[in-house]
Design a protein around this ligand. Structure first.
Ligand code: NAP
Length: 259
């Protein structure tokens, strides 16, 4: 299927590794020029080179912390008018809510709610004027089936989801769509960290915890980041212009509900 987005530009946040990188790779594979962002310069440059080697698109790496005002300014200076925005940042730490004070909550809100909203504030009106825009927020399947140790994530992402749901309906008439992708367990660095926290809680080894987690998934495996990237690219396509305001779980079938 031709996705009809060749030559467009995507800003993909938090994309030197994991799911963000997979989205950048999938979009670049469709001929989309990509601006990729991360804090660590070495991994960012390696990813930029990997995408250049695999495609013919223009890749612009921006070394920035996307959860800060300064980071957002740097990114906006490098990419003023993208057609596609993928918001993403590292997930907050796991833990017990009794240990979290205002500082931890504000950090989680900055990363997983306020920074995506700020990016959208900068970009959505230009997308409306140009009559094309695709906004994808990477959130979490834990939004639909909250996990206690992910309380910071559950709270911040619920706020983001509520905000985006309202906004999506006001921009749809301009061919600007806003959808949230809710990953279940995918083979990334982040997964290792969250499973390690569960292993510590249950006093079992990381290997055992990983095996238990795989076995608990109806697909008996973790997701491959490329599968996530492909879904992201489709939602950014011309064909997906009638899909908006949705929360799309991609988790191998773990989430048991029918809605
Ligand atoms: P990952 O493998 O740890 O990769 C995170 C990427 O984001 C890296 O490139 C990292 O680079 C970048 N990053 C982190 N904080 C950043 C910041 N402040 N500014 C700019 N870049 C930043 O994580 P992932 O598994 O892809 O997860 C992506 C998101 O999906 C997270 O919010 C995570 O909570 C959520 N999620 C993941 C899973 C899963 O199973 N993988 C499941 C549910 C939800 P630097 O560190 O160099 O900045």
């Amino acid at each position: 299927m031709q996705l009809g987005i060749t030559g467009k530009t995507a800003l993909v946040c938090a994309s030197s590794k994991g799911l963000g990188k997979a989205c950048a790779l999938a979009l670049a594979g469709e001929g989309v020029n990509v601006v990729i962002v991360a804090r660590g310069e070495e991994a960012l440059e390696l990813t930029a080179q990997e995408i250049r080697n695999a495609t013919e698109v223009t890749v612009t790496p921006v070394c920035a912390d996307i959860t800060t005002g300064r980071g957002i300014d740097l990114v906006m200076a490098a990419c003023e008018a993208p057609d596609i925005l993928v918001t993403n940042a590292g997930g907050p730490p796991t833990g017990n809510f009794r240990d979290w004070g205002r500082e931890q909550w504000v950090a989680a809100l900055d990363a997983n709610m306020l920074s995506p909203i700020e990016l959208v504030r900068h970009l959505v009106d230009g997308m409306c004027e140009r009559q094309f825009g695709r906004i994808i927020n990477i959130t979490s399947a834990a939004l639909k089936a909250p996990v206690d140790v992910l309380g910071l994530s559950n709270g911040a992402r619920a706020g983001l989801t509520g905000f985006m749901a309202g906004l999506a309906r006001t921009v749809a008439q301009h061919n600007v769509t806003i959808n949230n992708l809710l990953p279940g367990p995918f083979e990334t660095d982040r997964l290792q960290k969250t499973v390690a926290a569960l292993a510590a809680q249950k006093n079992i080894s990381l290997d055992s915890a990983m095996q238990l987690r795989r076995a608990a998934n109806p697909s008996l495996r973790f997701g491959r980041p490329s599968e996530f990237g492909s879904l992201c690219a489709f939602l950014c396509s011309e064909q997906a212009s009638y899909i908006t305001g949705q929360n799309i779980v991609i988790d191998g079938g773990v989430y048991p509900g029918i809605f």
